[in-house]
Design a binder for this molecule. Sequence first.
Ligand SMILES: C[S@@+](CC[C@H](N)C(=O)[O-])C[C@H]1O[C@@H](n2cnc3c(N)ncnc32)[C@H](O)[C@@H]1O
Length: 210
Amino acid sequence: MVGQEHYFSADPKVASRPRTIRVVLPDRFFELETDRGVFAHGHLDFGTDLLLRSLPEVPPGELVDVGCGYGAIAITLALRCPDARVWAVDVNRRALELCARNAERAGAVNVVPVEPDAVPDRIRFAAAYSNPPIRLGKAALHDLLLTWIARLEPEAVATLVVQRHLGADSLATWLTGLGHRVDRVRSRGGYRVLAVHAATGSPHDGSRVR
Ligand SMILES: C[S@@+](CC[C@H](N)C(=O)[O-])C[C@H]1O[C@@H](n2cnc3c(N)ncnc32)[C@H](O)[C@@H]1O
């Protein structure tokens, strides 16, 4: 990346160098174009792969992939559930362009790649998914997660994958403290897959992460 540029720059300045990768899952495979300036250039992130292998059945309806990058999660959801509409949101325009091209190439016609503000306010989601941008910093990350969790239907769940050494357990503890039930769905290779329930009960202490 150039200078202080991050994978979440709106318009990456780093020269493009496309590389195509193959996503191979137990139920399907497809190709994705990746590029410099976008998270996980030239490879599928281990955490993303773990999330895709840990997902329960994908519900129909409105879904959101928060921080879609080049689209691995959004496209998998869309292919697994043709009755869903998957909003693929990102602030990085190079990522959104890749996601749109990748969705078309994979035949995932039900992916809608857009900047976050372009998702109509009235939409409530049947589920959310994210390999979130931890490197945003704690406060910005918390704001981002709460923004999208607040838009879930009451019974819905947000499935997140977070690296343990980047704060997965403290994130779970924080969400639990806000009253969300958080289940640890899977733990592997230093990553946690967390299921965060939209409904809030009384705030719990961190020891209630299941
Ligand atoms: C860890 S990457 C995951 C990318 C992709 N989902 C994957 O698994 O390969 C996080 C993504 O969040 C995006 N992002 C950063 N800030 C964001 C924001 N405020 N709203 C939506 N996406 C954001 C970044 O640009 C980046 O593409």
